[in-house]
Design a protein around this ligand. Structure first.
Ligand code: LLP
Length: 421
């Protein structure tokens, strides 16, 4: 459910007509809906409420959408943050996320990043290797600090998602093998500056089947039992993110947050821990669209090309994962067409949709790519010297630019000439 709807034949974000934003900010532009972000956060929190001890910590995966206004909206709603870099850590703190609600994930944390996170007083580090544990121990001990840690296990389950976003198979770089986790925790317990307090898992993204998640959670439960038998004081379990969202209205919808919550309740029965979650896509994907203008319609041999002013550098998902984003006209015309929708970048991969049946469009029309609030703006680049796309946040009948479109001069000024030129 989102708040992008047709009102009197014009697509609105909540109560704001999208043509007004396009007129003022120009295109392409990402537009986010506050009401949708807040609703998704609430629905997820309610779905997992009552699972585990106390109130679960829902830590938004910042990588999905790190815009400061989006993070501030979620911080206000009480969410924590799952971060994977110093940049994400600082953004989360800047947006007002309480440090104890921050979890640091990722396979490549550097000593400098660890120090920064320890100084900020974050709640938990999710460790992904014994080498990382040794580094964190050294960094923490040197500062007289104690890092709260959980090992992320790799449960070796097939999450059934796109290979590039699957993370829980043994050949993936993430986590430590389930079989070695007990010994790894025993060794970590003996290291200064570390307090082993939990277990973590995250098997992939855009998951449309709960069975692999439940299998992975089963392994977490077994490990908690084994760790307790070995004398560890296990008080948390971080069940990661990953729940999919509907992209293609013609496909069956992924399991609902309620179904996910019911599965979690069943899978974690008797664990006696506080649960943590790291949803990203579920919170923001359908809260954002990429608004773009048709530059021209070029006749093609197999189907016409609708050439828009957004490109693969603005929304990479279709090129990178063959991802489907629904295409909607902002002011729908009568009639239909089948077209290949492309951007101006000089690669055939700069294709948003191939021979897609869609509403008829003409040059200068506004269209939008739906479900672009997650892994959209954050994965953008300046390829082809196209400045990063601006972002707008809507709330009711108000809207604000929450990231400006940089002038192309800013790109040029970033480069410096060596003294021989
Ligand atoms: N926790 C960890 C440790 C993760 O690596 C991720 C996502 C999440 C949580 C959040 O997962 P979510 O709830 O959003 O599925 N760029 C790709 C998605 C990459 C996901 C990476 N990790 C895409 O556009 O589909």
């Amino acid at each position: 459910m989102d708040h992008f709807t047709l009102i009197d034949g014009v697509m609105h974000a909540e109560q704001v007509p999208l043509p007004a934003i396009a007129e003022a900010v120009q295109t392409p532009v990402y537009v986010y809906s506050t009401a949708t972000i807040e609703r998704h956060a609430r629905v997820f929190c309610e779905a997992v409420a009552g699972c585990g001890n106390g109130t679960p910590l829902v830590a938004f995966a910042v990588k999905a959408n790190p815009n400061g206004a989006v993070l501030a909206t979620l911080a206000k709603a009480g969410l924590g943050a799952d971060v994977v870099s110093e940049g994400e850590l600082l953004r989360a703190l800047h947006a007002g996320v309480a440090p104890e609600k921050i979890v640091f994930s990722g396979v490549g944390k550097t000593a400098a990043e660890m120090a920064r996170a320890l100084d900020a007083g974050i709640g938990q580090f999710n460790l992904e290797s014994e080498q990382e544990a040794e580094m964190l121990s050294a960094v923490a001990a040197a500062r007289g600090a104690t890092a709260q840690v959980a090992y992320r296990i790799n449960p070796d389950v097939d999450a059934g998602t796109h290979a590039k976003i699957s993370t829980g198979k043994s050949e993936n770089k993430f986590g430590i093998p389930y079989d070695t986790a007990l010994a790894a925790c025993d060794r970590a317990r003996a290291m200064p500056g570390l307090q082993v307090r939990g277990v973590a898992v995250h098997i992939g993204s855009q998951l449309t089947d709960l069975a692999p998640l439940e299998a992975a959670f089963g392994r977490v439960g077994k490990l908690i039992t084994a760790l307790r038998a070995a004398g560890h004081d296990i008080v948390t379990a971080d069940l990661g993110g990953g729940l999919g969202v509907p992209y293609d209205p013609a496909k069956p919808a992924p399991p609902s947050p309620e179904a996910y919550g019911a599965m979690v309740r069943r899978a974690t029965e008797g664990w006696n821990v506080r649960l943590m979650f790291e949803p990203g896509r579920l919170i923001v994907a359908n809260a954002g669209v990429l608004l773009t203008r048709v530059i021209r319609v070029k006749p093609g041999v197999t189907s016409p090309f609708v050439i828009v002013d957004a490109a693969m550098n603005d929304l990479l998902r279709p090129s990178l994962y063959d991802a489907w984003h629904d295409i909607r006209s902002v002011t729908p015309r009568d009639g239909e067409m089948t077209a290949t929708v492309v951007g101006p970048v000089c690669e055939s991969g700069d294709t948003f949709a191939t021979r897609r049946a869609m509403g008829a469009v003409e040059a200068d029309d506004l269209i939008l790519f739906a479900t672009a609030g997650a892994y959209g703006a954050t994965m953008a680049s300046t390829y082809n010297s196209r400045p990063l796309t601006p972002e707008v946040l809507v709330s009711g009948d108000r809207w604000a630019v929450v990231r400006e479109r940089p002038p192309v001069e800013a790109l040029i000024e970033q480069d410096t000439l060596p003294d021989w030129l």
